[in-house]
Design a protein around this ligand. Structure first.
Ligand code: GDP
Ligand code: MN
Length: 377
């Protein structure tokens, strides 16, 4: 679950990090009023779940409330990497002497939290990693001990030459580690962490991703979820109790069980196709879930064919069949639907489908091959 910058800043501030206080506006007039309140100048920042806002024109300096109003008018409603801006954050203008990158993430390869820091701040870290990997300093943290003071200082001095700045930076890194652990984050990033002309280290951007599997232990964080900011299909899927991930292909997949869904996607690739999504309708499937699944899949304009792969155990094939029939009655589904089902109540399912003119495959290989052919046609 991604947080907005203004939300991540609050988590940072709670941990004592030096983060200038900001305020959120949803209209240009509000942006002007806040800027006037802040002394007449502000940075106006688009709040979307994406980096690269600066490059896209979503971060602008305003020297007067009128300028802030004009910037907010331009930024609100703008799309950045496919996401619409509904809010802007107004923060005090800082005099930047230098910009650095600091981040911590769960690194599966080292099975531990990993700090990544770089003097190349303010730019895309992925680009630095690709073009100049030596510019990134990495440090694996043993979660039993946490970030030890000497390690924090070593990272601080990798970023700043002046001992005072290195020390301030070390403190920030320890606080960032606390935020990361306390909130069940999979990523915490500050880009840029700046040194001001006056010699102060400050965090002026904030990115936090919470591991969704940690939310049940931290129910308060659920309130930070912004339904307007995530793809509509994912919100719809979560509400319907479906696991869904949108992908770029054209074979819409509807499968019961995560493992079978993965195997189905592998087979689609094996036969030369591309899945449009991962979708697991879960272990026991009511017709309603199938209807919701078909609504989500057919909302994707790339989908050329819909592939059902159902291995009936706890999931009953007749429930799935009823869902398919119900969905096709409710909406005019343009893409052909190819169905494979086998297992619990298979015979009933085939009867229900046959009555509506559908037939169903038995073999997974056959249905996937047929779906890939239809998608390519
Ligand atoms: P991002 O592009 O989405 O990562 O957004 P950032 O919050 O990192 O802002 C992009 C860039 O805007 C930063 O790297 C800074 O160079 C610049 N910027 C942000 N806030 C300030 C500020 O208060 N003063 C100045 N001079 N520049 C700022
Ligand atoms: Mn940034």
């Amino acid at each position: 679950m991604n947080l907005h910058e203004f939300q991540a800043r609050e988590l940072f501030r709670d941990a004592g990090m030096p983060v200038p206080r900001g305020r959120v506006a949803t209209t240009p007039a509000e942006a002007a009023a806040i800027t006037a309140d802040m002394g007449g100048a502000a940075v106006v920042k688009a709040q979307v779940h994406s980096g690269g806002r600066g490059k896209a024109g979503g971060v602008k300096l305003a020297g007067t409330p009128e300028e802030a109003e004009a910037h907010a008018r331009a930024i609100l409603g703008m799309t950045i990497r496919g996401l619409t801006v509904h809010k802007v954050l107004l923060v005090p203008v800082e005099n930047i002497a230098s910009e650095r990158y600091v981040g911590i993430l769960v690194d599966r390869a080292v099975q531990a939290p990993l700090f990544m820091v770089s003097r190349e701040g303010g730019v895309d870290i992925e680009e630095v990693a690709a073009t100049d990997p030596a510019a990134i300093t990495r440090l694996r943290v043993d979660p039993r001990f946490g970030l030890l003071p000497h390690q924090a200082y070593r990272l601080g001095s990798a970023l700043f030459d002046a001992p005072s700045l290195a020390r301030q930076c070390a403190t920030v890194l320890s606080q960032l580690y606390q935020v990361f652990m306390k909130n069940g984050a999979s990523l915490c990033e500050v880009n840029p962490l700046i040194a001001t002309e006056a010699g102060e280290v400050k965090a002026i951007d904030a990115k936090v991703t919470i591991d969704a599997n940690e939310l049940f232990r931290r129910p308060a964080l659920e309130s930070l979820r912004d339904l307007d900011a995530e793809p509509a299909a994912e919100t719809h899927a979560r509400a319907a109790g479906l696991s869904f991930v949108k992908l770029d292909g054209n074979v819409g997949c509807c499968v019961n069980g995560a493992g079978l869904a993965m195997a189905t996607m592998d087979l689609v690739k094996y036969y030369g196709g591309d899945p449009a999504n991962f979708l697991d309708i879960g272990g026991s499937s009511s017709p309603d879930k199938v209807v919701a699944a078909l609504e989500i899949i057919t909302a994707d304009p790339n989908v050329q064919v819909i592939l059902f792969n159902i291995f009936g155990g706890i999931t009953r094939c007749d429930d799935v069949a009823r869902g398919i029939v119900e969905a096709t009655k409710r909406a005019d589904i343009r893409a052909p639907i190819l169905i494979r089902l086998t297992g619990t109540n298979e015979a009933e399912a085939r009867d229900i489908l046959a009555a509506e003119g559908f037939s169903a495959f038995t073999s997974m290989d056959d249905v996937v091959r047929a779906a890939v052919e239809r998608a390519a046609a």
